[in-house]
Design a protein around this ligand. Structure first.
Ligand SMILES: Nc1ncnc2c1ncn2[C@@H]1O[C@@H]2COP(=O)(O)O[C@H]2[C@H]1O
Length: 154
């Protein structure tokens, strides 16, 4: 398929706790994107430090960590044409108070007074970051791909 790519979506712990998993998946399916893999996972500190490699030195990193470890999250690999940009746009602006109606955050994320953190969903913002993030949340897929590329001789 032309321009077929992969991206990572995380339904963050508030999105899971407030019952938005199905609505978020419906929006991806409405675009005719494929759900290639999906899992419920509790984030480890190591995964968060790798995923938020650009924020790990920020003073608010510990807030991100506390938030992202509040409960389980749902990690989803989505595939399709131009999926990285399109799904990032579907999520809406990072700060829920600024996110437009019709976007996931615009429709479902609460407008907190200081609200940039609790934005219910993460989507990769580039092909490079999608590749990096998918390896963090789905390490078993890299092992499978490696095994398929070089099957051991019996
Ligand atoms: N200034 C900030 N204070 C607290 N959290 C932030 C701030 N900026 C970004 N974040 C969080 O860091 C995350 C980085 O990417 P996300 O799309 O997952 O959503 C972002 C927010 O949850």
């Amino acid at each position: 398929m032309a321009n077929s790519e992969k991206t990572l979506v995380l339904v963050k712990p508030d999105g899971v706790a407030e019952g938005h998993i199905g609505q978020i998946i419906s929006r991806l399916e409405s675009k005719r994107y494929q759900i290639a893999a999906l899992k419920v996972v509790t984030a480890t500190t190591d995964q968060l430090k790798r995923h938020y490699r650009e924020q790990v030195e920020k003073p608010y990193f510990h807030e991100i960590q506390t938030y992202m470890q509040e409960g389980p999250l749902v990690a989803i690999i989505v595939t399709g044409t131009d999926v990285v940009k399109t799904v990032h746009n579907l999520a809406g602006k990072t700060r829920p108070n600024d996110a437009q109606p019709g976007t996931i955050r615009g429709d479902f994320a609460h407008a907190y007074p200081d609200g940039i953190l609790r934005n219910i969903v993460h989507t990769s913002d580039s092909r490079e970051n999608a590749h990096h993030e998918i390896a963090i949340w789905f390490p078993e897929l890299a092992v499978e791909a490696h095994q398929q590329a070089s099957p051991s001789k019996k």
